[in-house]
Design a protein around this ligand. Structure first.
Ligand code: ATP
Ligand code: ATP
Ligand code: CA
Length: 218
């Protein structure tokens, strides 16, 4: 089913969301204060309008109440981001995703009822840091403040050995939830599956446990 989205703030982050949603065939209303930004998205989004979203009257006029999911991607102006989120909440928008600049910003956004708060720069920084630590750490996804899922490429330390052999759960407290071999993916692998050089393991656990696992086996 086609859902209606609106993206407020067409900087690099909001702009990228707008591009991607449109590419996936979604109906997107693109909004920015800046006329040039709006013109840039005229041919990309379904609709593009110039508006100051801190003004409740303006929000009503552009028909924001018909939108299911609004993404607030206003960057540096924290006050505008908070005010916009508050208005959207008051207008009864079902789902609001907001980009936060820092932890204090996030705290306020949560208090006023933002459904999802994202920190793209911080999260991307973390993911890149993990891939810098080792070429074999392919990706890192945060599940909560202290739990993650990592994607790691098996090297010499793991190849030719099974999960039982490596005793991963008992030794490191982590679970291998899937093993990718070339294009095939084995979800919930048997403990006897032998890991080969270049296999990709999807591992879930606490950050402390994952870090021990990475130090010893990756
Ligand atoms: P990015 O890092 O994603 O490029 P940024 O952090 O540089 O973004 P800004 O450029 O500060 O973010 O803001 C993103 C966009 O939000 C800008 O294009 C800006 O014009 C728009 N914006 C700021 N305030 C408002 C507002 N009150 N109403 C609508 N759009 C706004
Ligand atoms: P456990 O004692 O952890 O409950 P188990 O009794 O289910 O394990 P097996 O399934 O034979 O026994 O696994 C033996 C050991 O192999 C486990 O203790 C664990 O260390 C490791 N292991 C098996 N499957 C996995 C997995 N998916 N991820 C991580 N380690 C595993
Ligand atoms: Ca920025």
């Amino acid at each position: 089913m086609k859902r209606e989205f609106a993206v407020i703030g067409l900087g690099r982050f909001g702009g990228s969301i707008c591009h991607e949603l449109s590419k996936e065939g979604m109906d997107v209303l693109a909004i920015d204060l800046d006329e040039d930004k709006v013109n840039e998205f005229k041919n990309i989004a379904s609709h593009a309008v110039i508006a100051d979203t801190t003004d409740e009257k303006v929000l009503k006029e552009i028909g924001i109440r018909n939108i299911d999911h609004v993404i607030v991607a206003i960057g540096d102006n924290i006050q505008a981001s908070i005010l916009t989120t508050l208005m959207l909440k008051e207008l009864g928008i079902k789902k609001i995703t907001v980009k936060a600049q820092n932890d204090y910003h996030e705290k306020v956004l949560r208090k006023i009822g933002a459904d999802q708060v994202v920190h793209p720069e911080r999260d991307m920084g973390k993911r890149i840091a993990h891939s810098i630590i080792s070429n074999n750490i392919l990706d890192h996804l945060e599940l909560s403040d202290d739990h993650s899922i990592v994607e790691v490429k098996a090297g010499k330390k793991m190849s030719g050995r099974s999960l039982i052999d490596l005793d991963i759960r008992a030794q490191y407290g982590c679970n291998v939830v899937a093993i990718k071999k070339d294009k095939e993916i084995n979800v919930s692998p048997m403990a006897t599956v032998v890991i080969e050089d270049g296999d990709v393991l999807i591992v879930i656990g606490s950050d402390i446990d994952i870090s021990r696992f990475e130090k010893n086996l990756v």
